[in-house]
Design a protein around this ligand. Structure first.
Ligand SMILES: [Zn+2]
Length: 408
């Protein structure tokens, strides 16, 4: 695609918005800029002048947590620090919640690479734990933090997009009850021999039903195991070919994803309005740059079609909670599409298009997002309580991208 001088100027000027010092437009900018100009309507451009108004975010003292529990159980910690709730007009009301989750998590070895995670409800009420983050349900998700001889160990397994969880997806623990689940750490890089220190560690938005907004991590104590290295074991899967019908549907999803990514970049380059705050939390220039650069990488993968589909709908990762799709973060060539993906609508929230945004954002060489929260409600909570995680959350990227045109 040719880029006209005016496209170039548009690209250059847009990059000044966050004070970035770009001397030239990237290759992707040159191709994209022409598309962006067709996406930003005069009405949208006019909104630039009023965006600063929306930067005023109120902090409601009345919405601060009533308590400040840091509950430690020996070496087992669930720390829920008091966090000022940064609200916006659409923020959910947490006034009705006085839940101070008290969850004890204990990790123990079951031999080799098997670990047992025991959840104990030390509160006086029922606690809901999202089943997909309870080990051993056939799923593999990054739910452990592991180091080897002090160095971080990478998770190399599937990263999956699910629908928003509902109550039936939670495992319910009554007051005082315990539950032990056994899982594996084989999806982590265990190639080298050494002392591996492991802890169960997830965000509250990942595990807990109706959780308190907090930036903390729900963790177990540390468990150290001496493991013999497994050598290099590339995670190669035979490619499952798609039907021509599905290939066409996939191509449409890529095209639609390009349009959404264009719109997202156009907004992020020029606005700091409520759409940003809704999905990414308090506006902050470095985080805003992080989001726009992430979208630029997502856009490039979709536009240049460097990502291709795998149509094996029977993989284990497709069997949990009607998963839509999954990827390996380290392999940006492939997105694995589950049966539920093909039943999604073409556009909007939970569509084939926003699933492509979600999946492509996971790759190490794009936005390198995680799945800190699934579903719109949880993502809005995450934006308010933990904007640092929100700008690295795949569903937040997806929902920001498809957020109704015209909402600024
Ligand atoms: Zn995901």
């Amino acid at each position: 695609m040719q880029s006209s001088p005016s496209d170039m100027a548009d690209c250059m000027t847009s990059r000044v918005w966050f004070g970035r010092t770009w001397n030239r437009c990237s290759k992707s900018d040159l191709s994209r800029s022409a598309l962006i100009t067709s996406y930003i309507t005069p009405k949208q451009k006019g909104a630039v002048r009023s965006t600063k108004v929306f930067m005023v975010i109120h902090v409601s003292a009345s919405k601060q947590r009533r308590n400040n529990p840091t509950v430690a159980f020996g070496g087992l910690i669930f720390s829920a620090m008091a966090t000022s709730l940064v609200g916006c007009e659409s923020s959910p009301d947490f006034e009705g919640s006085d839940r101070n989750a008290e969850l004890e998590i204990e990790l123990s070895s079951r031999g080799d690479t098997q670990v047992a995670v025991t959840f104990t409800n030390d509160s006086d009420r029922e606690l809901g734990l999202l089943g997909r983050y309870v080990p051993g349900k056939g799923n593999s998700l990054p739910m452990f933090e592991i180091t080897r001889d002090g160095l971080p160990v990478a998770y190399e397994g599937p990263i999956v997009r699910f629908r928003a969880p509902d109550e039936e997806d939670y495992v319910w623990l009554g007051a005082g009850e315990s539950m032990t689940a056994v899982g594996s750490i084989e999806d982590y890089d265990l190639t080298a021999s050494g002392f591996y220190t492991i802890r169960y560690a997830v965000a509250p938005t990942q595990l807990l039903f109706d959780h308190e907004p907090t930036m903390e991590t729900v963790t177990s104590q540390e468990l150290t195991l001496e493991l013999a290295g497994r050598g290099s074991q590339p995670r190669v899967r035979p490619r499952a070919i798609c039907s021509s019908t599905r290939l066409n549907t996939f191509a449409q999803a890529l095209d639609d994803g390009v349009d959404y990514a264009n719109n997202a970049i156009g907004y992020l380059d020029q606005f700091a309005g409520p759409r940003y705050v809704r999905w990414f939390g308090t506006w902050n220039s470095s985080r805003a740059v992080q989001t726009v650069e992430g979208f630029e990488e997502v856009w490039a993968d979709l536009f240049y079609q460097t990502v291709t589909p795998d149509c094996d709908t029977t993989s284990t990762s497709c069997t949990v909670d009607d998963a839509y799709a999954w990827v390996y973060a380290s392999d940006s060539s492939t997105v694995y599409l589950c049966e539920s993906f093909w039943a999604l609508p073409r556009l909007g929230e939970y569509s084939r298009a926003d699933t492509m945004i979600h999946e492509v954002s996971h790759f190490d060489n794009t936005a390198n997002t995680s799945d800190w929260a699934y579903g719109q409600a949880a993502c809005e909570t995450l934006a308010q309580s933990d904007p640092v995680r929100a700008v690295t959350n795949a569903d937040s990227f997806a929902f920001f991208a498809v957020n109704a045109l015209g909402e600024f």
